[in-house]
Design a protein around this ligand. Structure first.
Ligand code: MTE
Ligand code: MO
Length: 203
């Protein structure tokens, strides 16, 4: 009997099974959790830690650690994609939606620059952090986020390459004009959509 499905249909183009359709182009799945840090891991005591939304360098609003912990948090299961070509599928995080924080400030800026202890920065359009697809994450896999992975808290923006998920994040600067962050200044793509393979400037 002739198969109703042509042979060509069975050719493997990239990953099969559970990974099918979940890996953006040029990515492979990993089960470990690589650490990628451009500098040393900062250690700030939680009693001194704050998260701020700033404009023109001035804090419009700051939250202490207990204040952040008192906000409604979400547990999310997401796939993360590093520009160095590893993806980790089904990672579980807990955090406060960035939208919740922005809503407490009121905002009208088109861009943000996330800033971190250690000086790391990364830029994002406001829509990508205000629409429920970005979190201030403080738990990973049911445990407090490890320092090397950005603890006590990091940005989690899984729909963009993982360099946009700033570790040790301490706030967002609201910007009228877009401003490249750390890796964007070194030639990484300004937006970084893994599904459009926007790895480097010009992609
Ligand atoms: N503050 C800070 N955040 C950062 C980085 C960094 O060097 N410093 N590296 C980015 C990059 S390139 C990636 S892939 C991820 C790595 O996160 P991980 O070390 O938890 O895997 O963090 C991103 N956030
Ligand atoms: Mo990365």
């Amino acid at each position: 009997m002739t198969s109703p499905v042509s042979r060509g249909f069975h050719r493997r183009r990239g990953p099969a099974g559970a990974e099918a359709g979940k890996l953006p182009p040029g990515q492979h799945a990993t089960t470990d959790f690589p650490v990628l840090s451009a500098g040393p891991t900062p250690h700030v005591p939680l009693t001194e830690w704050t998260f701020s939304i700033r404009r023109g360098g001035q804090a419009l609003r700051s939250w202490t650690w207990p204040e952040i912990q008192g906000l409604p948090a979400e547990t999310v299961t997401v796939d993360i994609h590093c520009v160095t070509r590893w993806s980790k599928l089904g990672t579980v995080w807990r955090g406060v939606p960035v939208r919740t924080l922005l809503d407490q400030v009121g905002y009208d800026a088109p861009h943000v620059l996330a800033f971190s202890d250690g000086g790391y920065t990364t830029n994002l359009p406001i829509g990508d952090v205000s629409d429920g697809r970005a979190w201030l994450a403080f738990d990973y896999d049911g445990q407090p986020l490890a320092p090397e992975h950005g603890g006590p808290a990091r940005l989690l923006v899984p729909h963009l390459y993982f360099w946009k998920s700033a570790k040790w994040v301490r706030g967002l600067e609201l910007l009228d004009r877009d401003q490249p962050g750390f890796w964007e200044n070194y030639g990484y793509n300004n937006y970084g959509d893994p599904w459009r393979e926007q790895r480097y400037a010009g992609d």
